[in-house]
Design a binder for this molecule. Structure first.
Ligand SMILES: NC(=O)c1ccc[n+]([C@@H]2O[C@H](COP(=O)([O-])OP(=O)(O)OC[C@H]3O[C@@H](n4cnc5c(N)ncnc54)[C@H](O)[C@@H]3O)[C@@H](O)[C@H]2O)c1
Length: 353
């Protein structure tokens, strides 16, 4: 029995993702939560002849709490998508608040659930979830994941296109590490299960790396104001969620790149920090998954000089994205304290004792 929950289930990603989860026989219960439309989406999906019982919830009557009760896997695609000209970082201001509120719901109702964060910017929203869990005393770094699978999926597709045989796409695997925005996305093409043609020029190789890093922009531009990747993201999100569910059910040897807190596996995380030459708290690396979440954080393996440069270039932006959460928290605390002092000036006075 596996209960999966989608938070933001009525959105562009949420609906097809919920369809793919409903279509998976490993899921026996599927709760859909959003601020709009979930009763309709749930009614529609509930007619599909697969095992999962689907229920839709809205905010009134403790909807979030009811959706999350007993959840094992919670996927979060709630938030605002990117519009042309917006960076993932521009989304931070809006999505940070949405993710913080949903994380509070999970921390208080389903603190043991695996949390799969899709809402962008993933490099910052994952630390936000972690901070909320820490605040509630339920932080377990083994159970919080940033979903970077779309970068992996794009790498498989684009590499098979270059090889000239799209039928290979499902079996091409390329580790993509670092983070989940622009230059923080580092495809390790030298470790592709299917090597690139040896005739590939330096320019074409660079263009391929850029296409994987900025594949999201291709979709944002083509949708011309109607949002960002939804269908490919739903596919990628479901692929990662199913890996998590299989690991939860005891399947061994499942490894996938995902953005995690490096304390999830102390020795693996410390080794990775040495490898990248930076003491970052979060990084996307190949992670072995098990019934309790992260089993081990794997090494990046042997990198080419070019890949070493890409990792180096990723670090400053990653550091800023992660640090941003701390800064926002301090500001948030300052504003809260200021408002409190304004409302209750006596709090400000030193105690007479
Ligand atoms: N990780 C990735 O690779 C990746 C790829 C594409 C998009 N994204 C991100 O996924 C998010 C969703 O994108 P989309 O295209 O589905 O957007 P969308 O606007 O179509 O859907 C978002 C949904 O979230 C809901 N929502 C908003 N606030 C909520 C709240 N407080 N509680 C519950 N639900 C809430 C909205 O009602 C809407 O249904 C965006 O942040 C986007 O940037 C991530």
């Amino acid at each position: 029995m596996v209960k999966a929950v989608v938070l933001g289930a009525a959105g562009g990603i949420g609906q097809p993702l919920s369809l793919l989860l409903k279509n998976n026989p490993l899921v026996t219960s599927l709760s859909l939560y959003d601020i709009v439309n979930t009763p309709g989406v749930a009614a529609d999906l509930s007619h599909i002849a697969t095992p999962a019982k689907v229920v839709g919830y809205l905010p009134p009557d403790d909807g979030l709490k009811k959706a999350l009760a007993g959840a094992e896997v919670v996927v979060i695609p709630a938030g605002v998508p990117r519009k042309p000209g917006m960076t993932r970082d521009d989304l931070f201001k809006i999505n940070a608040g949405i993710v913080r509120d949903l994380a509070t719901g999970i921390a208080t109702t389903a603190p043991k659930a695996f949390v799969l964060v899709i809402s962008n910017p993933v490099n910052s929203t994952v630390p936000i979830v972690a901070e909320v869990f820490k605040k509630h005393g339920v932080f377990d770094p083994k159970r919080i994941f940033g979903v970077t699978t779309l970068d992996v999926v794009r790498a498989s597709t684009f590499v098979s296109e270059i090889i000239g045989d799209l039928s290979l796409a499902p079996s091409v695997t390329v580790p993509v590490v670092g983070g989940h925005s622009g230059v923080t996305i580092v495809p390790l093409l030298s470790q592709s299960s299917h090597p690139l043609p040896s005739s590939i020029s330096k320019e074409d190789h660079e263009a391929l790396v850029k296409r994987i890093q900025f594949g999201g922009d291709e979709v944002v531009k083509a949708k011309d104001g109607a949002g960002s990747a939804t269908l490919s993201m739903a596919y990628a999100g479901a692929e990662f969620a199913v890996k998590i569910i299989k690991a939860l059910k005891g399947e061994k040897g499942i490894v996938a790149p995902t953005f995690v807190n490096l304390s999830a596996d102390k020795s693996g995380g410390d080794a990775l920090k040495k490898e990248i030459g930076k003491d970052l708290d979060y990084f996307s690396a190949p992670v072995e998954l098990g019934p309790d979440g992260v089993v081990s954080i794997r090494s990046l393996g042997t990198l080419t000089d070019n890949e070493k440069e890409l990792v180096k270039a990723a670090i400053p932006e990653l550091e800023t994205n992660i640090e941003k959460v701390r800064e926002t928290q301090s500001k948030y605390l300052l504003v809260t304290l200021t408002l409190l002092y304004r409302a209750y000036p006596s709090l400000h006075r030193p105690s007479s004792r």
